[in-house]
Design a protein around this ligand. Structure first.
Ligand code: ADP
Length: 157
């Protein structure tokens, strides 16, 4: 059974994340899009809000489920018996960072394999960080997030 985890903060999910999952669907029997919560990080949106958006966005994709974990991603993959991790690469700094994490995860995750997807040019400029900055500034992010993600100021955590 090929099971993969796509971990991230998804604060909020963007069209770039959605594109990566859609491209990974034909490769895996099961994909868990997992919110990794780090107690030392602060988030713009609550876990409940982020989870609710993910559930709506992937409602029509039967092989995709939503997960949540705290702590090490490699440990979470081991707990749910996922042998693969999915990551997206937008640029050279993503590559430098992800390369090291992937090498470490292969050791601590006991052969956990990271599968990388190069961002399509039309999504490579999108990041949750940029989306959050636009939201904080009161701008419209509807072209950067999936249509189900409706943002109003009440939703911020
Ligand atoms: P983190 O909180 O760990 O930075 P994110 O939630 O921002 O993670 O992203 C999760 C994964 O999605 C990462 O592998 C990141 O590189 C990838 N990703 C984010 N935005 C895009 C995009 N526009 N195109 C392709 N991959 C992306």
């Amino acid at each position: 059974m090929s099971k993969a985890v796509f971990p991230g903060s998804f604060d909020p999910i963007t069209s770039g994340h959605l594109d990566i999952v859609k491209r990974a669907i034909p490769l895996f029997e099961e994909i868990v899009v997992a919110i990794g919560q780090n107690s030392s990080k602060s988030y713009l949106f609550s876990v409940e809000q982020r989870k609710s958006w993910l559930t709506e966005v992937f409602a029509d994709y039967p092989s995709v489920s939503i997960g949540y974990y705290e702590g090490l991603t490699a440990e979470y993959c081991r707990e749910i018996d996922a042998k693969f991790m999915i990551r997206g690469l937008r640029n050279a700094s993503d590559f430098d960072y992800e390369k090291t994490i992937s090498q470490l995860n292969h050791i601590i995750g006991k052969d956990l394999e990271t599968i990388f997807f190069i961002a399509r040019p039309s999504y490579a400029h999108i990041s949750s960080t940029i989306v959050r900055e636009i939201i904080k500034g009161g701008g419209d992010v509807s072209l950067l997030v999936p249509p189900n993600v409706k943002i109003d100021n009440q939703q911020k955590s």
